[in-house]
Design a protein around this ligand. Structure first.
Ligand SMILES: *Cc1c(COP(=O)(O)O)cnc(C)c1O
Length: 396
């Protein structure tokens, strides 16, 4: 039987008698110890279940982290102030100066900029590859390679990473496979396909309300412990911890994620089919013509569909701009970056969230200047949304 993230999440709730059904927020930076030895033991990492200081652990953050770990099928999790801090803390925990990373060339623009422009400060090299070309990945391995970084569904080209195959390559070469699953929570469970670490921007689908920026790291107990080690943990020492008030509000939204993902997927599939019929250049992993449709199907958990993101190539910046403005004016959604909101959001990737990627690289990876990334909302009447989009297309 396939893993069901929503069922695991629901089973993870462990309520004692007379507890509030929604866990109370623990609004404290520091925690008192009953005895002096207990405090020193905690610093040594010898105590379990003791709270020290909220940059390290806080009960409210622990509740959200455990919920996310249950959803991912991992031993542990830790929550951060942004998706970028989850990604950067993970990479900096694994890599030392002089090490090397293999990364998908199509990633979130911030991740690309971190790998390409920021890591050279510490003499960490990166080889960017087409992540769907497994031979290219194998050939990029060097003696100092420490990790493979990819997104399960890449931003914004919607390529699908073959996680089990990438995990094989990383195991053979003793690398860590780090997967950003931001576009496809519940749809994919990368750690159950042998990835070592899964990272999230909670800002997107998981929270789904566009009211905050947050992130998460899910992995083994060993990896999370190393991240928050008081002497050497990257997360503990760089300090990107999430505020417990936010943890509490994100966790409430987490428990409706399964319903939202189904609806996002259903609506995106409907629009992708209509756009295809119309002869438009639409890319959506649920369409049988998508180059990695089969890989997606092989890996997906049942019931959550093919996700809420599609891309539409209008070929020129001008056409993309006109269509997006018309769609916003006609109430299809908002011309805004980000994704996973209940309203449809669209942006032209080349000039926004992927603008960190140089133009020549954008061209060589197939990122057209007219590419619109659409995060499809939870519209109740998607047929009327399609009618609006068709009217907008007719105006161009
Ligand atoms: C948004 C995003 C990020 C960065 O997350 P923040 O919460 O904005 O820091 C990383 N990866 C992907 C795939 C994203 O969409």
């Amino acid at each position: 039987m396939k893993f069901d993230p929503a069922a695991k999440l629901q089973l993870s709730i462990n309520l004692s008698a007379y507890d509030g059904v929604n866990p109370a927020i623990c609004d404290s930076a520091t925690f008192a110890f009953s005895r002096a030895e207990l405090m020193s033991d905690t610093f040594e990492g010898k105590t379990e279940g003791c709270f020290l200081y909220s940059r390290h652990w806080n009960p409210t953050n622990q509740v959200l982290s455990s919920s996310l770990a249950a959803m991912e099928g991992t031993e542990a999790g830790w929550v951060t102030g942004s998706g970028m801090s989850a990604i950067t803390a993970t990479i900096l925990q694994i890599c030392n100066s002089g090490d090397h990373i293999i990364s998908s060339i199509t990633t979130y623009g911030g991740t690309y900029a971190f790998l390409q422009n920021w890591l050279p400060k510490f003499n960490i090299g990166v080889t960017f590859v087409d992540i769907t070309d497994l031979n290219a990945v194998k050939n990029a391995v060097q003696p100092n390679t420490r990790l493979i970084f990819t997104e399960t569904l890449t931003n914004p080209l919607l390529q699908v990473s073959d996680i089990p195959e990438l995990a094989k390559i990383s195991k053979e070469n003793r690398l860590k496979l780090v997967v950003d699953n931001t576009f496809t929570p519940m749809i994919f469970s990368p750690c159950l396909m042998s990835a070592d670490v899964v990272v999230y921007s909670l800002t997107k689908f998981i929270n789904g309300k566009n009211d905050c920026v947050a992130g998460a790291i899910c992995s083994s107990d060993e990896f999370i412990d190393s991240l928050i080690d008081v002497h050497s943990g990257t997360a503990m020492l760089l300090g990107p911890v999430l505020d417990p008030w936010r943890s509490s509000s994100i966790r409430k939204n987490l428990f409706t994620l399964h319903i939202r993902m189904k609806k996002h997927s259903e609506n995106a599939m409907y629009l992708a089919i209509k756009m295809k019929e119309q002869g438009l250049k639409v890319r959506y992993p649920g369409l049988p013509g998508h180059p990695q449709h089969k890989t997606f199907k092989k890996m997906m958990n049942t019931n959550y569909g093919f996700g809420g993101i599609l891309s539409l190539d209008m070929e020129t910046t001008d056409n993309a701009g006109k269509l997006m403005t018309a769609m916003q004016d006609d109430g299809v959604g908002y011309l805004a970056v980000s994704l996973g909101y209940f309203k449809t959001l669209f942006s032209s990737s080349g000039t926004s969230t992927s603008s960190e990627i140089p133009l020549e690289t954008q061209m060589s990876m197939g990122l057209s200047p007219g590419l619109i990334r659409m995060s499809i909302g939870l519209d109740q009447d998607i047929e009327s949304t399609w009618k609006k989009i068709k009217n907008c297309l007719n105006k161009i």
